[in-house]
Design a protein around this ligand. Sequence first.
Ligand SMILES: [Zn+2]
Length: 601
Amino acid sequence: MDFRESGSRLSRTPKMAEAGSFADRVKQQADIVRVIGEYVRLKKSGQNFTGLCPFHGEKTPSFAVHPVKQIFHCFGCGKGGDVFTFVMEMEKCPFPEAVRVVAEKCGIAVPTPKERTPEERKENQQRAALIEMHREAQSFFVKQLEMTAEGRAARAYLEDRGLDAEAIARFGIGYAPAGGDVLLRFFKGKYAEKLLGESGLISRDQSGRLFDRFRRRITFPIANESGKIVAFGCRALGDDQPKYLNSPETPIYSKSNVLYHMDRAKEGIRRSDFAILVEGYMDAIAVARAGISNVVASCGTSLAEPQIKLLGRFTKRVIVNYDPDAAGQAATERSISLLLENDFEVKVLALPAIGDQKADPDLYIREKGAEAYIKALRESPPYVDYLIGRARQMDLTSGEGKLRAVNFLLPYVQKIPNRILRSEWATRISQQLRVDEPVLRAALTKAAAERRSEVKTRPELVGKPAKPIERRLIRMLVEAEGFRQELAKRLQESALYHGLETEKIFGALVVAGLSGQALQATEIGASLPERERRMFFEILFEEAHEGTWEEAESCLEALREKQVERELAQVQREIESNPTGEAMRGLLARKQELLKKRAAG
Ligand SMILES: [Zn+2]
């Protein structure tokens, strides 16, 4: 972001939390470490918390969060700000939305804003109504399973799949009856036809007549990350086609944004720092029932980028356990690519067949038990070995076949950011596929060169680091509640900071200090040009002791001496350029004055 265009030094951009505003209140109550901790794994390090920057690819942490000042800063890519800036960058959302997100995360009730556009208000009402409709549909489906003759048949099917009453209750499994308009009649009179049509629960035929979308199906509620039911996944009871039918995209549900079971898995994922990714809800339920809570399902074979981003907020390590059929294998390979691009550490669990049956997690756990599954999970190999295994299934007897196998592996190698890892790969591939190593390495080097480059620090933004005295004064201007105003006054009167590398930072701090109001570091940061903001944040993150007025005075004195030195050097240069009589006289007089000043200091 570029703030260079901003007018006055302390001009308040709309990003600021106005004092006394709701945003300000949220900021006071929100703990930046906790909020960022939901997106980034943070470790305590000195007075700060550090982690891997979510905004640029990196292997060693240069991302820091300051719990006292409630700011974050990345020493690699230079991104930084307060809790709202972070959420705005992370969620790619505007300021008001970021305030809402942070408020919700911290359990602060969000007031209904007065100045909504009529469209926004309508949209919100519609979303609220659709969520309520799904809540009602959920209890309707559950009752159908419990109370009706049809539901009994469905229960028998579930029991046959090993799902007892406890599991049915735990996962909210229900039943959509065969009638065709049972749910529709349940909703009639409560909701407008238009809204029913938009819910995804009710469909419309060609003549415009409404009917139940889900009929004679087991229903699995699909919740969003915060646990609100936004869709249903439904499995046919008999041989009806399609076997699985899910909710369509609606105003509250987008398939690519939701992972099944995420609302219940997130705590476990964060705790264990890995997630198990399975294909369907039956698999997720089976794994969760085996006592492994950190499992999510992509609901369908194609894992989407937003789903990976969602997962990445809780962990960067995944074990992919898709179905072993061809579709599942293709999905596994695609997922590996996507996950690697997003810097995940990936393992793959390919379950061995049971008899002549290919085993998905559900079947495997039912047949072999939870213990066997957990053991298989523990032993699941890194994706590298999985992929080499896949390549070895190809015909490797001819040169052409080997080339095909290498070409199959290359795109994955291209995505490995680490040179040493890439090299290890090369050795392994050449051994396993019996390919000549130099030939393979040449291909790998070429592939690696084509790989999208990592975010580089922009050199033009990294200026000379500020001098120690300037850094101390800046820290005191931020932190010294007791004498900030006095210090600002002295700096203002003496203009001692003029001409320094840090002039703009001092300028902003002096204005803020003179105002006598509480100082917001982020606000100051936001008012500075990018280069200065980075410098400022870096100074704020340094370990430092508390300043005293005595120290401030001696820093001012040191600055004064430096200023005299600078001016002396300047005057000397001008004298040496041998100007005409009168100018020379003026310069010599000025030199005398400065020398006297220096001696007095
Ligand atoms: Zn960064």
